[in-house]
Structures are given as C-alpha cells and as structure tokens.
Design a protein around this ligand. Sequence first.
Ligand code: LLP
Length: 417
Amino acid sequence: MSGFPEFIYRNNELCAESVPLKQIAAEFGTPCYVYSRSALTKAYQEFDAAFAGRDHLICYAVKANSNIAILNLFAQLGSGFDIVSGGELWRVMKAGGNPQKTVFSGVGKNTDEMRMALDANILCFNVESEAELSTLNQVAQTMQKIAPVSLRVNPDVDAKTHPYISTGLKENKFGMPINEAERIYLSTHRYPHIRFTGLDCHIGSQLTEIEPFMQASEKILNLLNNLKSQGLEIEHLDLGGGLGIRYTHETPPSIKDYVSALCARTGHIKQRLLIEPGRALVGNSGILLTQTEYLKHTPARNFAIVDAAMNDLMRPALYDAYHEILPVIKRNGDVQNYQIVGPVCETGDFLGHDRKLSLNSGDLLAVMSAGAYGMSMSSNYNTRPRAAEIMIDQDTIHVIRQRETIDQLTANERILP
Ligand code: LLP
C-alpha cells in the first residue's frame, strides 16, 4: 500500500487507478502532474454527504488547483467556487461553473474584477475592508446594480499552522476585527448599492485540529446573533476552507468529522452554510511524477538530481513542506540517504531531504500529495516550461494540460527596435 488509495502498487509498480505511472512517463514525459478522477470525486462526495439534510454550498477554492478539467469535474458534481481574481472567475465560467454559486474572496479586488463579477451575477463578494466596501458600492452604482456582500471577519484565532498560511490572527492582513464588522453591517444606509447577505471567515490552511474552527464559529455565531438582535438578517454563513490533509504523520480530522462538527455547532440556526475547501478536495488526488537524471555522491551527501524542481512544486522550498517521495518501481537494491533536488540554480531547490531510497539514474519517482498548490503555484523560473497535467479515469488517460513549449514562454516578449 502507498497510503493513498488511488495511487497503489501492483506487482511493485506504482499505479494511478489502473494505469502504471511508468506508462504515463513513457507516453507524456516528465515532470508531469497526475490526478485521479476517482479520488477527486470521492473527496467532493464525502464533503457533500456529510452535510446531509443541511442547506449548504461547497465552494471549491480554485487557487488550490485551477485546471479547467478539475473545475469542470467539481461543477458537474454540483460544486460552487471560491475565487480570488478575475482570472479565476474566467476559469470557472470557461469550465462551466455557475457564477451564482461563486464567492469572491481576497483583500485586493480591483474595479475591473468587481465589474466582471457583478456582470456575472456572482453569489457574494467576501469584503475585507471598509475601503474595499466603499469602492464596490461605487462600482455597483455605476452599473446600477446591488452587490451581495459578506464581510470577512478576522476572529483572532490561532489556527496552529505554518505562519505563512495562518490568516485568522489579528496581526494578519486578512479580514476585519469583529467589532468593526458589526459597526459596518449596521451602517447599511451608507452603502445603497450593497446588500449584506452573508458573514464570512477563513482562519488558515492545513489545520489538523477541529478546535480552532470551533473557536472561530463561536465568534461568528455571536456576531450573527448581535446583528439579528439589531434587525439585520443574514442569509448565509461562510466558514472558509482550511481543513488539512495527511502529507506524512499528520492526523487531521476526516472530512466527515470536520463537516459534522461545523453542522453540529451551527445546528440551532437556519442560515445556509458555505465552506471553501481547497487542499482537502485535491491535495491527495494528485502526484508529481519525475525522473532521476543523475546521482551525485559527494563526501558530505548523496544527491538525486531529478527533472522536477521548485518551479514545478514550490511548497518544499517555500514552507519547508514535507511530501512523501515514492519509487515508481520498487527495487531491492542498496538503500541510501538521498537529498532529492531539482536542476534549478538555488540551494532551496529541493523536493525532499534525507529520503531512504534505492535509486539508479533514470528511475521514476512520485512526489505524493501534490494535487493542491502544486501546479497552481508553479512558475517558469530558469525558463523551465511548465509540466503537463494528466487525469486518470480508471484505465483511461486524459491530457488536461499539455506541456508548455519554450516558444510559448517567449511569445509575449519583444526585442527593442
Ligand atoms: N478560502 C480562502 C479565503 C483562502 O484564502 C483559502 C486559502 C482557502 C479558502 C482554501 O484553503 P484550503 O482549504 O486549501 O486550506 N499555498 C499554501 C496554501 C495557501 C492557502 C491560501 N488560502 C500551501 O501550499 O500550503
């Protein structure tokens, strides 16, 4: 067993559903991302089933993986979307997603993006400051529209996650303090082109405990109650994303336990519940497939130089994140301690430290749990074309993004006359 149900060994060969990864590498080259349709579907269905009987909307956080095939798959399953840019809205619409099931988050929406989202009649703007609210009011006025808004509250809760992905502490740039939000909610007369329809928070990402979610919900429910007692009826509660996944030894709550806890905590209110999961839907549904180019043994360390790099998967370099690295073909050779590194000219270009593997040059490796914030955070650093993306559906292989070409990389550049 690999520990990832859709990526399993058969006769010592790692497969994605029914397809050997070796075959994918031979046909499409490396590095490439490989996703499992079944894993994506099961994750979505686990969220959805856990809400049974409760009015809810799952808004997939597009930033986790924005490939239009993945967005289309979730749209077909009934998902809504959480976007943070006009570009993401465009992707959602291109993928057949429903703008009326789409919420727009982020601290810095510009007026073009606001116009685009108002035109598309999105479900809600998650507004993060009074300045943004005032701009949105003006934009809506020029379009003779009413913008539906949730204020994103910063509940000042410690998500106990990596500082770069913790968002719900009062020191963070996200959301607004609860008392300020209350004041703004009650000043509707100042914003004639805004209608307050929701209440929103998101406290961070890769949370492995339920407790911080409960603390945040508590504070949001208090605010909801205060607003109600002052005559403002809110239609939905958006509790954000953030549920963690297992990369190695983490023990996050299951999707079912997490959703059940949210439903139980909010069982006494009638408002529709929204959540914005990203990682928990896609993280363990994808891997990064890479080939070993060279083995380099120095007096200090053994390096396996592979053809994927920090530009393909930035998480190890950026957060010192741990991703399991598995051999595609298990062999019984001499095991050594390897630093798995890419070809990029940076010491921070690594995919894994101190991995015990038996390796030859040419061997394929699978970097696990790479479905979330892998491809979507990739870059062209070192003028490296971005990887291909492949979706496996049982025994069928679909190319959902072709490998980029070097021509495409320079297509928008011009030499001076
Ligand atoms: N909603 C909002 C407003 C967010 O900012 C995020 C993620 C999500 C939902 C989805 O959170 P998730 O369910 O995926 O935890 N690049 C980092 C993660 C950054 C998360 C940013 N916001 C990583 O690779 O770990």
